[in-house]
Design a protein around this ligand. Structure first.
Ligand code: GLN
Length: 472
């Protein structure tokens, strides 16, 4: 038995039966990271000392109680946007290159309390800006299925870490697709929960009305386990809601699955389309009813997102002024410090977003861009509300194409933004979506996206468990 092949559920069983210890599993992962991460580049920082200490603690819990939590002793990795006390948290940026987190994010506090083992912090596009992890200030994460290709982004490190068996599961963050798209590219399961179900206290804010933390794992069951553990109201995050995950029984027979016609119109790679259509066919054969639906605002969603997200990002990044914390470049006067710090700390993509955001929020342009985008956002929401009056869940692609070549889109930001076409609408509407491996084009995985109404995360997870079996 290879310890790094096991899921959370299998590790839990093994711990219970005393087949192996958390320290052994943790060492197996640390060895694998040392062996393969030079090539893959999933990690920015390996927290070996912390991991070994946590594993030892977990082994004490395991040996002294029969009923310990599912995540006790299970090693995982964390997107570098999420704070782990005493460890660096760079958000993939030069600005925070040497920043050490003074406290734990709420999700980390919860996972520590359950006896989880943190292997390290994973690579990402700086501040979450990107779809390929090529915008990291430090390195490009490679796709474990084909190292000439990207792992996706912005949580490319987390997805590649799980896919390369350098971690059992991962924590990531999704503002416009950053959990689902890299999960799809790397062939792992990734959940973006309903907005507000998971606390964001201790995660760098990219776009506060869109950001959501969620899990990546090898199976839907594992993702459910983590989601249960991290969700719920947090007094430290006013946007978090009183949510408790409850299992539901959902039968494929009689399930109404909506398929948005706009998602199969133009621009989708024909092989991706075939894989998604085959998955829909399997659901139909299992007794589901397929209903064509329309999401007419889809054509404006990308433009709407790329106004709202940069507006919120430009405001959130204003705190990096070289004075309060993080990077500070010496200058002749205060303005000089601001200018030099921001010139050195932000890369081209961050600067692009700040310029777009501040422009769209400036007096004279606010009504034309930001206000208009908020109106379009309402239309995107209404599209989904209308759809969910007719169907239980929606099936869609995650990305129009599989993992692309490293460097292929770096000179063309607009081409990169198109990678988010099927994922951003969910963030604009605040609804949940999961990416589930559905097939492969050659070596390259392709994910199916299952979308649900607000707080029906349990429903999409139940459907995903059925689909996982049907797609095997
Ligand atoms: N690729 C999208 C962007 O660049 C989404 C990123 C994210 O979800 N953090 O904004």
């Amino acid at each position: 038995m290879n310890l790094i092949d096991l899921t959370i559920a299998q590790l839990h069983e093994g711990f219970k039966k005393k087949q192996f210890t958390s320290a052994e599993v943790t060492k197996a992962y640390l060895d694998e990271i040392k062996k393969t991460d030079g090539e893959i580049g999933a990690y920015l920082n390996i927290t070996e000392k912390l991991a070994l200490e946590q594993a030892e603690k977990a082994d004490k819990i395991i040996s002294s109680s029969k009923n310990f939590p599912m995540l006790t002793g299970v090693p995982f990795c964390v997107k570098d946007a999420i704070l782990v006390e005493g460890e660096k948290a760079t958000a993939g940026s030069k600005m925070l290159e040497n920043y050490v987190a003074p406290y734990d994010a709420t999700v980390i506090r919860k996972l520590k309390e359950l006896g989880g083992v943190i292997l390290g912090k994973t690579n990402m596009d700086c501040f979450g800006f990107g779809s390929s992890t090529e915008n990291s200030a430090f390195k490009v994460t490679k796709n474990p299925h084909d190292t000439s290709r990207v792992a996706g982004g912005s949580s490319g490190g987390s997805a590649a870490g799980v896919a390369a068996k350098e971690s059992c599961w991962a924590l990531a963050e999704d503002t416009g697709g950053s959990i689902r798209q890299p999960a799809s590219f790397c062939g792992v399961v990734g959940l973006k929960p309903t907005y507000g179900t998971v606390s964001r206290y201790g995660v760098y804010a990219y776009a506060s009305s869109l950001d959501q933390i969620g899990p990546m794992g090898r199976t839907v069951e594992d993702v459910v386990t983590v989601f249960k553990a991290i969700s719920g109201k947090d007094p430290m995050d006013a946007t978090s809601v009183d949510y408790e995950f409850k299992e539901v029984n959902v039968a494929m027979k009689g399930l109404k699955i909506g398929v948005p016609k706009e998602y199969f119109a133009k621009g989708i790679n024909p092989e991706v389309e075939t894989i998604i259509k085959q998955a829909i066919k399997k659901a139909e054969e299992a007794g589901a009813t397929i209903v064509e639906i329309t999401l007419p605002a889809t054509e404006y969603a990308l433009a709407c997102y790329y106004i709202i997200a940069p507006c919120e990002a430009s405001t959130n990044l204003a705190r990096f002024d070289g004075i309060k914390y993080a990077l500070s470049e010496p200058g002749d006067n205060l303005l000089d410090v601001y200018l030099k710090t921001r010139a050195a700390g932000f890369n081209a993509e961050a600067k692009r977003r700040i310029i777009i955001g501040t422009h769209a929020l400036s007096s004279g342009y606010y009504d034309a861009y930001y206000k208009k985008a908020q109106e379009v956002r309402q239309l995107v929401r209404e599209d989904f509300q209308n759809a969910f009056e007719k169907v239980d869940v929606i099936f869609a692609p995650v990305s129009p194409f599989p993992a692309f070549k490293i460097g292929e889109k770096t000179d063309d930001p607009l081409a990169m933004y198109l990678a988010d076409i099927y994922t951003i609408s969910l963030n604009l509407a605040g609804i949940p979506g999961i990416s589930l491996p559905a097939g492969k084009i050659g070596k390259l995985p392709v994910g199916l996206q299952i979308i649900g109404n607000h707080f029906e995360d349990n429903k999409i997870l139940a459907v995903a468990e059925h689909m996982e079996k049907l797609l095997q």
